[in-house]
Structure formats: C-alpha cells, structure tokens
Write a protein that binds this ligand. Structure first.
Ligand code: MLT
Length: 269
C-alpha cells in the first residue's frame, strides 16, 4: 500500500506490505523506495515491510531550508522514528540501510537503540568524506540548486553498477537511471550537503550490539568489500556476506542473492 503522512513539517510517502515483524528498508542516493522492489516482493510474505521515501525523494516533500542548507543523516533517521510512531510501531524493528540509507541507519542505531531489533548494512560506509569528496558534493549541490532536472547526477551510474552488468543487463542501468531522473534536484542538493557533513562513526560501531548483517557487492566501487568486511569485524555481533555478480546496486543487480541473505538472517533472529 502506498501512503503519505505528515511528520516533522513534511509529507512523507511510504509503502507497507505484509504482516509480521517490522522490517524497514532505507534507500540510497539519489534513489527511492523502488530500489527495494525485489526484496519487498520476497519478504512481504512473512514480514511487515515498510519502505519510506526519505524526505525530498520519491514523492516525499522537503522544506525550502532543506534544499539550501542540506538534510543531516540524523534528520532522515528522526523522520523514520516519526513514521514508526505514526504507524504505532513501538516494537523494535529490523532496519536495512543501503548506502546513504546505511548512513541514516547508523544514526538510527546510535540514537534510538531501543527501537532496533537488528541491522542490515548494505553497500555502505562508516567513514566521513575526505576533503576532496566533500568539495565534490558541495559542487554537485550548487549545480542542483539551480538545475531544472537531475540529469547531471546520472553521471554516477558508471560507478554504481558492476562493469559486467552494464554490458549484460542494460535494464538494471535503465531502471536506476529512471529512478535518478525522477528525483528533484533540490532533494539531491539536500542529501549531498547532508552527506558531506556526516560524522565518522567508525569508533562508535562497538556500541551497536544488536545482531547485524553486512552485505556488499563483490564489485562495489563505492563501498568496497574489504572496507565493509572491516565494518562487520568492528560490529560486536555481525556477519559479512559478499554478493557475487554485483557492483554497488546489489538489490537490483543480484536480487536473488540479496533476498536469500536477508531471509537467512531474518530467520535466525
Ligand atoms: C548511495 O548509493 O547512496 C551513494 O552512493 C552514497 C554516497 O554518495 O556516499
């Protein structure tokens, strides 16, 4: 079911499917809830799957100030808590965060541990941006603040997908491109500024004691497997799984392997 709710001064759109333990899926940048479609289909038979569109994305609104000053990862996490409150979901949830959704998930885990049953970190990072990356984000944000569409952001596509996928599965590339193109430039600007300012949470991973699964595409060029294995090692209660035949966009590049990984992890909780 597609729904909209008013929280924290914005309209947040989200999907809910199925019944059971709540599983919340947080999308990456500059994408929306649709990037989880294969997982929603697989998991909704046994779980209540909740897939929000982060503020500004996929039909959710953001404030004027968000577009000029940026949205912090903490703000996106606070919006998820407000959504869960709105849905009267008080029991701890399983939270899966993909890439930027992972940055949000760290904030959720560190600030609302009592609301978290288990964590799935997909193709994400814990370090803050080095100065050059921050500068690049700031440039992209300025460009987006005066752009009429997000065409310029589609340049990310080549690093998002495994080289083999770009050649052999152009439909995945097409799907991701369409997703980027339907987002608002000001949402892209807001997230870029927010990600540029995100804190390094490396030293805080030891505080996240709930069961965790860390998954990473074998050919992920944005959040590489070696780095993600290190995250799993630093979390007190985590396992690591590499997804074959996938770059950064594991959920769409190898949905079957991701679905199996999620199902096994959820079954073991
Ligand atoms: C994402 O997939 O969410 C982005 O690549 C994250 C980032 O730009 O750091």
């Amino acid at each position: 079911m597609n729904s909209t709710t008013s929280i924290n001064g914005i309209q947040l759109t989200y999907e809910t499917h199925g019944k059971g333990t709540p599983v919340v899926l947080l999308h990456g940048f500059p994408l929306d809830a649709q990037m989880w479609q294969p997982q929603v289909e697989a998991l909704s038979a046994g779980y209540q799957v909740i897939v929000p569109n982060l503020r500004g994305y996929g039909g959710s609104t953001q404030t004027e100030q968000d577009g000029t000053e940026g949205v912090t990862m903490r703000q996106y996490a606070d919006d998820i808590i407000a959504l869960l409150d709105e849905l009267s979901i008080n029991e701890p949830v399983v939270l899966a965060g993909f890439s930027m959704g992972g940055y949000v998930a760290w904030q959720f885990a560190l600030n609302y541990p009592e609301r978290l049953k288990a964590l799935i970190a997909c193709d994400t990072r814990v370090i803050a941006d080095p100065p050059e990356a921050r500068e690049k984000r700031q440039k992209m944000a300025s460009l987006m603040q005066s752009a009429k569409d997000t065409e310029a952001a589609t340049s990310m596509l080549s690093v998002m997908l495994a080289t083999s996928k770009q050649q052999h599965a152009p439909s995945v590339a097409e799907k991701v491109k369409e997703m980027i193109l339907r987002q608002s430039p000001l949402a892209v600007a807001a997230a870029q500024l927010g990600m540029a300012a995100r804190p390094d949470v490396t030293e805080r991973l030891k505080e996240i004691t709930c069961p965790a699964l860390v998954v990473c595409g074998a050919e992920d060029a944005i959040s590489p497997p070696a780095e993600m294995r290190g995250i799993a090692n630093a979390l007190p209660n985590a396992s690591f799984l590499e997804i074959p035949n996938a770059g950064h966009m594991t959920t769409l590049e190898n949905p079957q392997a991701v679905n199996e990984a999620f199902a096994d992890f959820l079954k073991g909780l």
